[in-house]
Design a protein around this ligand. Structure first.
Ligand code: NAD
Length: 244
């Protein structure tokens, strides 16, 4: 595919696996990540030069997002695919003990940041009459995980944002869908207690965690030409946990 794809949080985990998959399909990749060193390393691993670039970005900071959009257009010539994947879980603590600043930061990164990135990138996609946006939510956004109120609220918000934007853009050629994975073993689990991770595993009927490759495969479909009559949809990779 002769496309340019932005992947937020693409330096590690699910985002990096998506980068590998889209790169194999021929897309040029812009990795927007807070961790500049890991983003550079990831871009090199995907071929570097014009094939993959690293753009240091804090998705929760509007000025940073605007700068990254400008740099990406300058260096890669435009944007056709956006995978909004950057996320943090925040700690696993009861709501009544949750630090109020931390709660706000989890919302800012997972939800407000996704709005910022869409706000900057959608206007770049519309003139071409073709685009694919994938927003990474979570089963937490459908079911709510106990002791993860900020994360669950943010991820439910991602589903609402996806449905709203998809309807706005339905006749534009830009499709907007979202992914709701159950637990995948990546660095993001580090903030959570072992009990919370075990709770999440125990809720999966297949009895195992998902893999980054399984999630990347689903995202790759949503980014493809073949995905043509789905928008505002929620695609599940939860091993049977969320069958709705
Ligand atoms: N791993 C799971 O179990 C799981 C389950 C459901 C949903 N998800 C979602 O999948 C997405 C990817 O998670 P992952 O498991 O690959 O995590 P990860 O920690 O391996 O990767 C997340 C990446 O996002 C980057 N990032 C964090 N804050 C950022 C910011 N403010 N701006 C830009 N980049 C930032 C990190 O540097 C990191 O490279 C997240 O949205 C997460 O909520 C993960």
């Amino acid at each position: 595919m002769d496309k340019v794809a932005i992947i937020t949080g693409g330096a590690a985990g699910i985002g990096f696996a998506v980068g590998e998959r889209l790169r194999k399909a021929g897309a040029r990749i812009a990795i927007w990540d807070l961790d500049a060193a890991r983003a550079e390393e990831a871009a090199r691993a995907l071929g570097g030069k014009d094939a993959a670039i690293a753009v240091q970005t804090d998705v929760a900071d509007w000025a940073s997002v605007e700068r990254s959009a400008e740099q990406t257009v300058e260096r890669l010539g435009g944007v056709n695919i956006l995978v909004n994947n950057a996320g943090v879980t925040g700690p696993s603590v009861p709501l009544s003990e949750y630090d109020v600043h931390q709660w706000r930061r989890v919302l800012d990164v997972n939800l407000v940041g996704m709005f910022y990135v869409c706000r900057a990138v959608v206007p770049l996609m519309l003139p071409g009459g073709w685009g694919r946006i994938v927003n990474v939510s979570s089963v937490a956004g459908k079911e709510g995980n106990p002791r993860m109120s900020a994360y669950s609220a943010a991820k439910a918000g991602v589903i609402g944002l996806t449905k709203s934007l998809a309807k706005e853009l339905a006749t534009s050629g830009v499709l907007v869908n979202c992914l709701t994975p159950a637990t995948v073993v990546t660095g993001i689990l580090q903030e959570l207690s072992p009990e919370t991770v075990e709770y999440m595993r125990s809720r999966i009927p297949m009895g195992r965690f998902g893999t980054v490759e399984e999630n990347a495969a689903m995202v790759a479909f949503m980014c493809s030409e073949e995905c043509s009559f789905s928008t505002g949809a929620v695609f599940d990779t939860s091993g049977g946990r969320c069958t709705y």
